[in-house]
Design a protein around this ligand. Structure first.
Ligand SMILES: Cc1cc2nc3c(=O)[nH]c(=O)nc-3n(C[C@H](O)[C@H](O)[C@H](O)COP(=O)(O)O)c2cc1C
Length: 428
């Protein structure tokens, strides 16, 4: 198939898991060969050390902070505010800051490992706006989320583009949570000139932009494209190309999303408790198979109904399989409507590649979509997934993303023709 024919749907189809595909290729890797998960620009770039007592610094820090370190099978892991499939963290964050006191106008790379902002480009009459919202200028912040895809393709091969996009959606969710804590509105932007930005930011074929989040005052003003191209800096210590992923990214980068009116969500989280939730968010490793309350389950569903702050979007529908929710009939639901009653714990455990989490949870939510832009749909699924993480942990229940499932069999079980993009388990 020539690259131009690889649409989102074809990419999704080509990377479906089945019982057989997982048996034939179980994704075993030698942990000692894992590529580095932190990008660091050369030392000559100026750096600003982040300080949690500074409001702007803490806003940016909290979008990506390392919150827990552990060693598992002799491999050190630094877990962060954002979850990541396999804890591989392909996503990077860049932020353009313009017109803010005491910070040079420029494009900064967020160096997560060392809690600093690296100034990689000083602005004059140019900037990121011309690629994202031509004819306007932002006094404030433009966040770009990119993926260093080899960190994920090292393990997940062709399917890793799915995880890069879901992780990117989660990262946008982390940006939104930090903005909420700083009483700032953000707007997510999915359709823009990603390919030109990849070139001008010097990413070569090794890193690619997936989305943008803007926060600040929008002014009518022409801003030039970047007057200089940035040098290439590799986000891993070594690299193996995957042509299929590169082609699939390129073609799906140009797909146009559906349009909607911009609307901000209205949450009433208690700020100190929500702040602590953001720092303490974790994926559950094992459920005790206890029931959750119906009001806890409904609370999570309500959070998903809140608007997503973007003019470009894809509709994502939720199917949930209730196993252990007090006062509710177990079975498959579409929204609040019961589609079929029954105890499907073993079934969903099997469908999610025999993962106990999907069997022992109180409920599992499947996100399905019929999209025009694959990249947008997957990132919206990740963004909603992040809401579920924070909402669950906020009310004292546990949660995890589930990216591995037998695609066709899951569709069959849900009785849908739409692609299954992601699943989330909640419970105790
Ligand atoms: C897109 C995505 C897919 C994931 N898939 C699975 C999965 O299939 N099984 C699982 O046990 N955990 C899964 N996780 C959870 C990650 O393993 C977890 O986020 C990572 O180990 C970091 O831990 P933390 O979330 O506690 O910070 C997934 C997370 C994401 C974001």
């Amino acid at each position: 198939m020539p690259p131009s024919n690889i649409s989102g749907k074809a990419y999704h189809e080509a990377t479906k898991h089945s019982y057989l595909s997982v048996q034939l290729d179980p994704n075993y890797v030698d942990a000692a060969t894992q590529p580095s998960a932190f990008k660091v620009y050369p030392q000559f770039y100026r750096r600003v050390k982040l300080n949690l007592n500074n409001k702007i610094h803490s806003f940016i820090w909290l979008t990506s902070a390392v919150t827990f370190s552990k060693v598992y099978k002799n491999v050190p892991y630094k877990l962060r505010v954002n979850p990541s499939a396999g804890a591989l963290y392909p996503t990077e964050v860049y932020v353009q800051i313009r017109g803010m006191a005491e910070i040079v106008d420029g494009i900064y790379h967020l160096e997560v490992e060392n809690n600093c902002l690296t100034l990689i480009y000083e602005l004059i009459d140019d900037g990121l706006e011309s690629y994202i919202i031509p004819g306007r200028s932002i006094k404030g912040f433009i966040f770009l989320i990119s993926s260093v895809y080899y960190r994920s393709s090292w393990k997940y091969k062709d399917r890793s583009l799915r995880y890069c996009l879901l992780d990117s959606g989660h990262h946008l969710g982390a940006v939104a949570a930090s903005a909420y804590l700083n009483q700032l509105d953000i707007q997510l932007i999915f359709d823009f000139d990603k390919l030109a930005l990849n070139t001008d930011l010097g990413f070569e074929n090794k890193e690619f932009i997936s989305a943008c989040a803007v926060s600040g005052e929008i002014q009518e003003k022409q801003v030039r494209r970047l007057r200089l191209k940035l040098p290439f800096v590799c986000g891993t210590d070594y690299f193996v190309a995957n042509q299929f992923i590169e082609d699939s990214y390129q073609t799906t980068a140009c797909q146009t999303s559906r349009k909607q009116q911009l609307q901000q969500p209205q949450f009433n989280f208690e700020p100190d408790k929500f702040y602590q939730t953001v720092w303490d968010r974790r994926s559950v490793r094992r459920f005790r198979k206890e029931s959750i309350l119906q009001e806890q389950y409904l609370y999570i569903l309500q959070l998903l109904k809140q608007p997503i702050p973007t003019e470009t979007f894809e509709p994502v529908e939720i199917y949930s399989v209730v196993h252990r929710v007090e006062g509710m009939t177990s079975g498959l639901y579409q929204g609040v409507n019961l589609v079929k009653a029954g105890n499907f714990s073993d079934k969903t455990g099997y469908l999610c590649v025999n993962q106990a989490l999907a069997r022992d949870c109180a409920a599992i939510l499947f996100f399905v979509s019929e999209y025009t832009s694959y990249q947008t749909a997957m990132q919206i699924a990740g963004f909603l997934g992040h809401r579920i993480y924070l909402g669950s942990n906020y009310i004292g229940i546990q949660c995890s993303g589930i990216g591995a499932f037998y695609d066709d069999e899951t569709q069959e079980f849900l009785e849908t023709n739409k692609d299954v993009l992601y699943a989330m388990v909640i419970g105790i």
